[in-house]
Design a protein around this ligand. Structure first.
Ligand SMILES: [Zn+2]
Length: 181
């Protein structure tokens, strides 16, 4: 993600589901391109640090929410790419008739898929509560927080990365398409 410029500064956060209701997640304020083992910590399903004194990423609750709502999810990746950030400022994002939509399990390119854009909120608990019914009603292929970044997930870290890569490809195509329209 760092080599693609999807996690500038100390932005973004990465997590994976562990056994026994625990989640491994990047610590707050660390650069995702220079991660060491010490930069990854464990939290419980409510987002509380297992080891006292460790501070998880600010958006830990959004990761925990996805694991709680969708048991098949094994990893969640969040980045702040230019394409996701810029497009999210322009309203809803719909991918129409892209072959790469099949990366999300669709049998055909011949459809329109909307990537939800949720308003940003520094109160992550309030944001999580607001988006929960939307996620449950119609589980999306990922989502974007306006002016902020994208959330993607998969059954494993590798699968989540593939899906994020596909999502970022679609976002970049859409941004480029709008530039030349
Ligand atoms: Zn973020």
């Amino acid at each position: 993600m760092d080599s693609r410029s999807w996690v500038p500064g100390s932005s973004g956060n990465l997590s994976a589901r562990l056994d026994e209701g625990l989640i491994a997640i990047t610590r707050s304020g660390v650069h995702k391109g220079r991660l060491t083992e010490a930069d990854i910590m464990a939290v419980d399903e409510a987002g509380h640090a297992v080891l006292e004194g460790q501070r998880p990423s600010a958006e830990t609750l959004l990761h925990c929410q996805l694991y709680r709502l969708f048991p098949p999810i094994g990893a969640v990746l969040h980045g702040h790419s230019v394409a996701a950030t810029v497009l999210s400022k322009l309203g809803p994002i719909t991918f129409s008739q892209y072959e790469l939509l099949k990366a999300f399990g669709f049998a055909t390119h011949d459809l329109d898929v909307t990537l939800p854009v949720y308003e940003n909120d520094q109160d992550i608990a309030r944001l999580a509560a607001w988006i929960e019914p939307l996620l449950v009603r119609e589980p999306p292929i990922g989502y974007v927080i306006a002016g902020h970044g994208v959330y993607a997930w998969g059954s494993s870290v590798e699968h989540a990365f593939w899906r994020l890569e596909a999502l970022e490809f679609l976002l970049t195509c859409e941004l480029e398409r709008r530039k030349i329209k």
